[in-house]
Structures are given as C-alpha cells and as structure tokens.
Design a binder for this molecule. Structure first.
Ligand SMILES: [Zn+2]
Length: 56
C-alpha cells in the first residue's frame, strides 16, 4: 500500500480514518479540525484532518 500522509474525514468517518492512517503509516496521527475539504470516505464536508505528527 502507498503511504497516505493526510486523510480528511467528516465526523462520521474519523474512526475509520484513524484506523487507515495507522495501517498506512504505522504510527499514531495528529488530528486537527479543518474546513474546506471533502471527506475521503463520503461526499460530506470534512471536519478532521488526520496527519503525521510533526517532529523536530
Ligand atoms: Zn465521511
């Protein structure tokens, strides 16, 4: 599977989004509230961006 560094989800799909993120990236994500994107799992507006933790 290809890596998927960012996943956008609506409220309904945030759990599956986090599961997919961990499957793709083998690490726990940061979850941020966002606007202006569409859910990766349905046609609703996304409210969460699931992404890699920024580490310095
Ligand atoms: Zn959705």
């Amino acid at each position: 599977m290809n890596k998927k560094p960012e996943i956008y989800t609506c409220r309904e799909h945030v759990d599956i989004g986090i599961d997919d993120f961990v499957n793709y990236n083998y690490q726990a994500p940061d979850v941020e509230m966002i606007e202006g994107k569409k859910c990766d799992y349905c046609e609703k507006k996304a409210v969460y961006k699931i992404h890699l933790k920024i580490t310095n």
